[in-house]
Design a protein around this ligand. Structure first.
Ligand SMILES: [Zn+2]
Length: 288
């Protein structure tokens, strides 16, 4: 299995035989913290923002012919699932040379750069120099995006269409930074940007396979999908992106961050899902 690794940045498993038009990416499961003296948040708070184990849950994707990309850097460092201009300028020291477009995510403290790790827990003790933020954008954010685009474009070229699953985890109950504070969440939330980032049949197929595994599924509530589901999707052009948020309560202890006994059963269910999706993507591409 060819393995591409850029130390501290990302890893790609891209099968060289038996490919299918299917790409999985896990942008938030990285845990390699680059040294940064400005960070003041406690390590446990930093770790709570990681989609821990998510790339491992989808670890059999390459054996089904799908590519699997995952970030090695943490989303607290720079978040690949935000627009590059979703920047809170209060976090930058000096004059930022590019236009910014801070969304409500930056306002709530989790834009491209995090202000808050958890409600009322700031990440940094002071602003970051312009050059530091530019380095993070170039070396981490853009490298991640460029790699994802390459994997998607290759498959679009080979098969005429590509199906992309953007993989995440969610806390079992929303906190004060979330839209659904205090609400108990289902096992899985599928986000298709309210029906715009992929063929509805694809989202429905994934939901049906998950429900057949006994899992509860909701669409677009509270997560509709963010930058990585939005940026490269174009269902009319054969580019389908779907976000999947997995309830951490199924496979890990959200206090100790340890895997629980449910991990193996969930990984097996996801392996069956990936196998079904590999067949689905080949069938659909064969119809083009
Ligand atoms: Zn995530």
């Amino acid at each position: 299995m060819p393995l591409e690794r850029i130390e501290g940045v990302l890893e790609v498993q891209d099968p060289d035989v038996g490919q299918v038009p299917l790409v999985f990416d896990s942008p938030h499961s990285g845990t390699d913290y680059p040294p940064n003296s400005k960070v003041v948040a406690p390590q446990a708070a930093l770790d709570s923002g990681v989609d821990l184990y998510v790339h491992e849950l989808f670890g059999t994707a390459p054996s089904h012919g799908a590519a699997l990309l995952h970030a090695l850097f943490p989303r607290m460092y720079i978040d690949p699932n935000r627009a590059a201009d979703d920047i809170d300028l209060a976090l930058i020291e000096g004059v930022w040379p590019l236009p910014v477009n801070p969304t409500e995510k930056s306002e709530r403290g989790f834009g491209l750069l995090r202000r808050l790790v958890l409600p009322d827990v700031p990440l940094y003790g002071g602003p970051l120099p312009v050059a530091e933020v530019q380095m993070r954008l170039d070396r981490y954010y853009r490298t991640y995006h460029d790699t994802l685009v390459r994997l998607l474009d290759q498959r679009l070229d080979w098969f005429g269409a590509v199906w992309h699953v953007n993989c995440h985890s969610m806390k079992p109950v929303g906190n004060a930074m979330n839209d659904d504070a205090g609400v108990k969440r289902p096992d899985m939330v599928l986000g298709d940007r309210m029906g715009t980032s992929c063929d509805r049949a694809f989202a429905a197929f994934v939901a049906e396979r998950l429900e057949a595994e006994g899992l509860t599924v909701k669409f677009n509530d509270p997560y509709q999908g963010a930058e990585l589901t939005h940026a490269y999707s174009d269902p009319v052009a054969g580019r389908h992106s779907l976000q999947i948020e997995i309830n951490r309560g199924l496979y890990m202890n959200d206090e100790t961050f340890e895997r629980t006994a449910g991990f193996g059963a969930l990984a097996a269910a996801l392996d069956r899902l990936i196998g079904s999706l590999a067949a689905y993507s080949m069938d659909e591409a064969g119809r083009l």
